[in-house]
Write a protein that binds this ligand. Structure first.
Ligand SMILES: NC(=O)c1ccc[n+]([C@@H]2O[C@H](COP(=O)([O-])OP(=O)(O)OC[C@H]3O[C@@H](n4cnc5c(N)ncnc54)[C@H](OP(=O)(O)O)[C@@H]3O)[C@@H](O)[C@H]2O)c1
Length: 322
């Protein structure tokens, strides 16, 4: 059930295409391929790409191409030029998603944490645990997904905008999980009109004050105070949001992992030790190493940080957690 409130005209911000570097041009190609994949039109054959000075992505014969993309080859892309590590990283991170999740649903979790597994200090300060490269990576993830999800504590502590202001691209629909409707109405994303903003809450939650204009409630059945992550993703998919970024905090991402509701986890680890703070992943204990959830991961250098791109293959059928 969803309750609609009078919605002010919300805008999806489209920045000017950035063609200032090979990395920026590669992201424009990735953006186009992801958009087509989300709509269910994956690339089916080897195709050449070129980006014009005004940022338009052209499909061209291979002899004229800057890069080619080939869904049936490994690693799925190539060029007659030597591609920079940043360009290679973009293609290696995002092309597999286009090939594997075209026309399907995708849920990606992201956290940026310290060496000692914390995503914020004990007071909740988290800006920024990881470096600028990872921040840009998060904005790119937002631009490539339909919706971005955060938990109520992140909304309260960070007052995030959840926009794509650091990269070219559409702002995602912003989704806050706030089961008891306790979040403060004056948070920026409720007021700025930068993108549709939804609050997922329990079917029994009551509003203490009118929601800001344009904010939509999505009510779901809660059990023992919890909303099932898969039910949240189902509700988003029913509303046309198929590719979802779960951006934190630790409690929210952990619940999605516990429910085996993520396809990928992007975990960025910074060479910093925060001491006791806010935990990143926190899941029920297992007694045996054999019961641990061991993931296939590819590692990427992101400035001083290391990004683990983890796959939850066979989700729902793995060993028990806890
Ligand atoms: N470094 C990073 O990558 C990163 C990213 C995001 C946030 N942060 C930091 O992390 C901290 C906040 O993270 P956090 O782990 O404390 O909290 P959080 O994940 O932001 O929010 C958790 C709360 O959201 C609600 N919630 C989430 N999933 C739910 C579900 N499936 N069912 C019902 N309710 C659900 C619950 O609200 P109720 O309590 O009302 O039940 C829960 O207590 C902040 O300090 C923020 O700055 C860091």
């Amino acid at each position: 059930m969803s309750e609609r409130y009078p919605r002010s005209e919300s805008t999806h911000v489209l920045s000017q295409p950035d063609v200032s570097s090979d990395e920026a041009r590669a992201f424009l190609i990735v953006t186009e391929l992801v958009r087509d994949a989300r709509r269910g039109y994956p690339l089916t054959a080897r195709t050449g790409f070129r980006v014009s000075p005004d940022g338009r992505v052209g499909r061209v014969p291979e002899v004229e191409a800057w890069v080619w993309v080939d869904p049936s080859a490994e690693p799925g892309f190539g060029s007659i030029e030597v591609l920079s590590p940043a360009v290679e990283r973009l293609f290696k991170l995002f092309l597999p998603l286009c090939f594997e999740f075209a026309g399907k649903r995708l849920a990606i979790g992201h956290l940026g944490q310290s060496l000692d597994g914390q995503i914020a200090t004990s007071s909740g300060a988290s800006r920024y645990v990881t470096g600028p490269e990872n921040l840009q990576h998060v904005h790119r993830l937002r631009a490539l997904c339909d919706a971005v999800v955060v938990g109520k504590n992140t909304l309260e502590r960070d007052d995030p905008q959840l926009t794509t202001r650091l990269v070219p691209g559409r702002n995602p629909v912003r989704v806050v999980i706030d089961p008891h409707l306790r979040a403060l109405a004056e948070r920026r994303l409720f007021l700025d009109g930068a993108a549709p903003t939804w609050v997922v809450c329990s079917h029994t939650a009551s509003l203490r004050a009118p929601l800001p204009s344009g904010v939509e409630l999505v009510r779901l059945h809660a059990e023992a105070e919890r909303l099932a992550p898969r039910a949240i993703l189902d509700a988003l998919a029913e509303r046309g949001q198929s590719w979802v970024l779960v951006e934190g905090g630790g409690v929210t991402v952990s619940r999605f992992i516990e429910a085996r509701a993520l396809d990928r986890l992007h975990l960025a680890i910074a060479p910093v030790i925060l001491g006791r703070g806010r935990a990143g992943l926190a899941l029920p204990a297992v007694d045996e190493i054999a019961h641990a959830l061991r993931l296939r991961a590819t590692r990427f250098e992101l400035g001083d940080d290391v990004l683990f791109d983890c796959r939850f293959d066979g989700k729902g059928s793995g060993p028990p957690l806890g």
